[in-house]
Structures are given as structure tokens and as C-alpha cells.
Write a protein that binds this ligand. Structure first.
Ligand SMILES: NC(=O)c1ccc[n+]([C@@H]2O[C@H](COP(=O)([O-])OP(=O)(O)OC[C@H]3O[C@@H](n4cnc5c(N)ncnc54)[C@H](OP(=O)(O)O)[C@@H]3O)[C@@H](O)[C@H]2O)c1
Length: 236
């Protein structure tokens, strides 16, 4: 049976990869975008079962409207994937309070808001939060704000699992490095250093993370709950 799926930040990168996988499998997918309208339109053009939906996940009114639209059109939501995220890597000296708050706003308060309002239209299914190994144990002072947001998202996942039990499973996926725009400015030197710590000696493709998300949302993962699944190629 077709599921109703919402993927936040699905216009690009990992979110687009996750949305495309569910769309290919025939689900109805709400492809949330914020700024990248053109990319969202391309996804809509490719998949008739894609519904594109503009929403800045940091804006409570926009989140409410997004959930209301899904309620009006489909009546319910089966799978929620909180994927939208940003990072702003800089030296400590260049970090500002405003940018730190912006990262927490998108990466942590955004998922909180979407879950808060989605609860009204979810009576079964699952929630998957896209965290990061940076939220567990791979730390970079340049991304201390991002790392804190992703650690917070893991904490939020555990509390949401309690809140949404017993009919809705809540899990987090913690990827390592993925080939996406988020890393487009990474220097070759930094990348070479990072590869030294990855047993598979490469970054993940979007599909390799999307496959894990898809599995977690399936009945085959029916007893996986309140867990953080790391997908990082093996760190050494
Ligand atoms: N890339 C990695 O190495 C890596 C590793 C671990 C975890 N992750 C996590 O994976 C997720 C996806 O990252 P990515 O690499 O695919 O990044 P990306 O290519 O930069 O894409 C980010 C997505 O988030 C959306 N977004 C940003 N701010 C938003 C907001 N306020 N409201 C709604 N959507 C918003 C963007 O939408 P618009 O363009 O439409 O604004 C875009 O679709 C993030 O949570 C990231 O932290 C990434």
C-alpha cells in the first residue's frame, strides 16, 4: 500500500536521494524545500507521486501550514524524515552567536517543530531523524555548532521515541561523510586526511544512506526503535 511520506530538505543532496527512493517505490512523497524551488520542480516533473511543499522548518507557522496541507490532502502521515540541515564551518573566532543559533534552529528546533505538529496526523508509522557521526563521537572544532545540534537531535530522538510509543517508531541515522553540496567547499587536503580515518576509504554516496533510511521505514525494521544507526564506512 502507498505510504504518505514527508521528507524535509528534499530539494537537494541526501533528502533528494531519500525522497527519490520512496518515490521510485510508489509512495506519495511530500518533497519539502525552502530555497531551491527549481530543484523541487524537477523532482515533481520526474515523479507524478511527488508533492512539492515550500516550508522553512524554523518557522512555526509554515510548519503548521505544511502539516495542515498534508492533513487536508491525505488525512494522515505514515513516515516523517527530518533531514533538512545546514552547517557553517569556521574558526572559533569567526563564529557568531547569530550563526550558532541559526544552526540550532534548522537542525534541532526544526525537527522538534515538525514532530510536534505531525503528531496530530500520525497514528502509526515512523519518524527518522538525520543526525551525524558528528553528534556522537567525531568532533571538529570548526563545526562545534553543527556537532552540538546533531548531538541534540539524538537526545530529541530518544525523547520522541518515548512520546510517540507504542505505535510510532522513532530512530536516528548518523551518517559519516556523504558526497553532497554540504561538502562542496571541502579542500582536497582535508578530504585526504578524512579518508585516512574511513576503513572503506571513501565517502558515502547518497543512495547508500537513503537505502538505510528506506529499510528503517519498512516493516522489515519493525522492532528497531529508539536507536541511532551509524552509517560511516567504518571509522578507525
Ligand atoms: N553531507 C554530509 O556529509 C552529511 C553527513 C552527515 C549528516 N548529514 C546530514 O544530512 C542532511 C542533509 O544534508 P545534505 O548533505 O544533503 O545537505 P545539502 O545538500 O546542503 O541539502 C540541504 C537541504 O536542507 C534544506 N534546508 C536547509 N535549510 C532549510 C530550512 N530552513 N527549511 C527547510 N529545508 C531546509 C535545503 O533546502 P533548500 O535548498 O530548498 O533551502 C536542502 O534541500 C543534513 O541534516 C545533514 O546535516 C550530511
Amino acid at each position: 500500500m502507498k505510504r504518505v511520506v514527508l521528507v524535509t530538505g528534499a530539494s537537494k543532496g541526501l533528502g533528494k536521494g531519500i525522497a527519490s527512493l520512496f518515490l521510485n517505490e510508489g509512495d506519495i512523497v511530500y518533497v519539502n524545500y525552502n530555497k531551491s524551488l527549481d530543484e523541487a520542480i524537477l523532482i515533481k516533473g520526474k515523479y507524478p507521486n511527488a508533492r512539492i511543499i515550500k516550508c522553512d522548518v524554523t518557522d512555526e507557522d509554515q510548519v503548521k501550514s505544511m502539516i495542515l496541507k498534508i492533513k487536508d490532502e491525505e488525512g494522515h502521515l505514515d513516515v516523517l524524515i527530518n533531514n533538512a540541515g545546514i552547517c557553517m564551518d569556521t574558526t572559533l573566532e569567526d563564529k557568531t552567536k547569530e550563526n550558532f543559533k541559526k544552526i540550532i534552529d534548522v537542525n534541532l528546533i526544526g525537527p522538534f517543530l515538525v514532530c510536534k505538529y505531525a503528531k496530530d496526523i500520525m497514528d502509526k508509522g515512523c519518524i527518522i531523524n538525520i543526525s551525524s557521526t558528528n553528534g556522537i563521537d567525531t568532533y571538529y572544532p570548526y563545526s562545534m555548532d553543527y556537532d552540538a545540534s546533531k548531538a541534540g537531535l539524538i537526545s530529541l530522538t530518544h525523547n520522541l521515541a518515548l512520546e510517540f510509543a507504542p505505535n510510532i517508531r522513532v530512530n536516528a541515522v548518523a551518517p559519516g561523510w556523504i558526497h553532497t553540496d554540504m561538502n562542496k567547499d571541502m579542500s582536497d587536503e582535508f578530504k585526504r586526511e578524512e579518508l585516512k580515518h574511513i576503513l572503506l576509504n571513501r565517502f558515502a554516496n547518497v543512495e547508500e544512506i537513503a537505502n538505510v533510511v528506506y529499510f528503517l521505514a519498512s516493516d522489515k525494521a519493525s522492532y528497531i526503535n529508539n536507536s541511532v544507526i551509524r552509517v560511516d564506512g567504518g571509522l578507525k
